[in-house]
Design a protein around this ligand. Sequence first.
Ligand code: HMH
Length: 222
Amino acid sequence: MPYQFEDLKKSCQTEWQAYIEHSFVQQLGNASLAPEAFQHYLKQDYLFLIQFARAFALAAYKSPTLSDLRQAKQGLQAIVDVELDLHISYCKEWGISEQELAELPEARATLAYTRYVLDTGNRGDLLDLHVALSPCMVGYGEIANWLNSRAETIRGENNPYDAWIAMYESDEFQDAMQAEISWLNERLADVSPARFKELTRIFSDATRLEIDFWEMGLKQSD
Ligand SMILES: Cc1ncc(CO)c(N)n1
């Protein structure tokens, strides 16, 4: 049986579920999340996105084919020209100025996660890097879908976090998530059991670092 993305999730099911169904996510869905926790998260996510853009630049460098190079360029462009602008205006609505964002120190959870991804890409190949990136690309799309499937989730103007859910349920994000899964499925189909085992380590590490990112938001830790 060729390996598929689903097998990566199955290899760390407990951690994956703890990430997708984290209390930060549940509280965001039922509108009970403390605004301070959300603001802390938003600020750190700005710093996260900057490092995430660098990871796509690294993906360009690690691309053996023109098609991979184009894909990496598209990812970098989407973050720099669209996501970061959106994030900056969203932060403004939450009372966080661009000046404040520019001067923020990185929380340890942000440092750990982003540098882990960059280091994994540096020492490995494009597949290692994509596996390290996949919990972000796929996880947030799944989170939006999971929230929408729950009776406890409040949508619309009665939830101050509605726009956050809307961003990750959008066609743009869901399409990017599907594209990432397809790219991985194509590559995973050819890997050996030993190579797959290495990749499950990376996937599980990145998933655990996503859990820490939610914890950092909830506890407002720096
Ligand atoms: C920490 C984190 N993971 C994933 C995403 C989705 O892009 C994000 N914005 N932030």
